[in-house]
Ligand binder design. Structure first.
Ligand code: MN
Length: 224
């Protein structure tokens, strides 16, 4: 065989070499108001996880093609934690040791396929993990820092659609790392999309999305 699989590197603020992406984990329903809008119980039940392929990560400024097999393509603005050290069964009080930095991400979702999967109790893979489904702004190195507050806001064509604060996360970054690391080893190159606030909605071709989180580089993409 003579093909090669590309290394996906997420740009890092102030560094020439990007962050090589290994796995992309996502947390579901991690803000109370979003859980409610999805018809879920926002009680503090254990968090659930799903994954996206690593090559779904798209850089700031990308034009994201409107995906096939959907007519309800949704944005979900999320804080993304970048993992820089390995860990298994990590206690909450040591979770910060795994942090490399953070970026502003979008968990793009084929909501109609997800709704069908939820109803039929079939896997979410094709509703969540598809081409171009994980835009990610530049990663700001913040080793050891557990982000737990700060505004998170998404505008579509200049209009505010999602606006909340990281302090509203049901499960904190430290708790997410600790719980996820019980299921398998976290390793350098892993990304964790930590969940979206309320206000998710559909986009159409030509829409411009702009996400920001206090202290991080903005993420701008458009739908092409
Ligand atoms: Mn999400």
């Amino acid at each position: 065989m003579s093909f090669s699989i590309p290394v996906v590197r997420a740009p890092v603020v102030g560094a020439e070499e990007g962050f090589p992406v290994r796995r992309v984990y996502c947390v579901g329903a991690n803000y109370r108001q979003h859980a409610l809008e999805m018809g879920l119980d926002p009680a503090r039940e254990p968090p659930f996880f799903f994954m996206k392929p690593y090559d779904a990560v798209m850089p700031n400024g990308a034009v994201i093609p409107y995906p096939p097999m959907t007519s309800d393509y949704h944005f979900e603005l999320e804080l993304v934690a970048a993992i820089g050290a390995a860990g298994t069964d990590v206690p909450v009080e040591r979770a910060g040791e795994l942090i490399y930095g953070y970026g502003v991400g979008l968990d793009m979702t084929r909501r109609d396929l997800q709704a069908e999967a939820r109803q039929k109790r079939t896997p979410w893979d094709l509703s969540k993990g598809f081409d171009h489904s994980a835009p990610l702004g530049p990663i700001t190195p913040m080793p050891g820092v557990l982000m737990d507050k700060g505004a998170i806001e998404l505008t579509v064509n200049g209009e505010v659609r999602q606006s909340s604060d990281l302090s509203q996360l049901i499960w904190s970054v430290a708790e997410i790392i600790s719980i996820l690391s019980r299921y398998g080893a976290l390793a350098p190159g892993d990304l964790i999309y930590t969940g979206t606030p309320a206000g998710v909605g559909a986009v159409v071709k030509g829409d411009r999305l702009h996400g920001r989180i206090d202290g991080l580089e903005d993420l701008s993409i458009s739908i092409g």
